[in-house]
Ligand binder design. Sequence first.
Ligand SMILES: C[S@@+](CC[C@H](N)C(=O)[O-])C[C@H]1O[C@@H](n2cnc3c(N)ncnc32)[C@H](O)[C@@H]1O
Length: 197
Amino acid sequence: MSTLGTPAAYDSLKRELIGSLTGTVLEIGAGKGANLQSLARADRWIGLEPSASRRRALRRKADRFRGTADVLAGRAERLPVEDASVDAVLATIVLCSVRDQERVLAEVVRVLRPGGAFVFFEHVVPPAGTWSNRAARAWAPVSRVVDHGCDPRRRTWEAIERSDLAIDELRWFELPMGFGVRSPYIGGRATKPASAP
Ligand SMILES: C[S@@+](CC[C@H](N)C(=O)[O-])C[C@H]1O[C@@H](n2cnc3c(N)ncnc32)[C@H](O)[C@@H]1O
């Protein structure tokens, strides 16, 4: 694991990478639309969200988006979007919750145009042998039920590395969660190579 960045550095990279996205952006697990305000250069935004109550909040936020906005129901394991039809896919704190990371990343590759970007910010498993790791393992069965299926034990960077995406930037951060628990986060950007399926 490389040097861990601070919460301020995490926020700054997040704003920078999301703000750099152009064209049509598909956001998976868009929640209540926290990222919409950072999409300063996108012309079209498609927000996918499985929760009906969150979609209602998302639609209200989407009405204020500067470009075209569509809210879709569905899960990232089966994206209701055409092959090679979007310029970027955005995922923040979602790959911890999906049922099948490998399948989601294959779907991301399918819907991205060649050269398209995948921007991600995700929390991942704390290092083995730490208090934070023990806390994550103890909390996981609860959070799977009460927090949108969130599993804090995931090695998401390995799933991205195994996918057909080419990683351009992968940075590590550590955010304090209280009670002495420190949660590692990854953030970065990957590209769909021209040779990808
Ligand atoms: C922790 S929230 C993050 C929301 C938003 N991305 C953000 O950063 O504020 C996780 C979101 O992922 C959604 N989610 C859970 N499983 C999903 C799946 N299989 N496909 C797409 N979204 C999913 C949840 O409904 C929830 O809105």
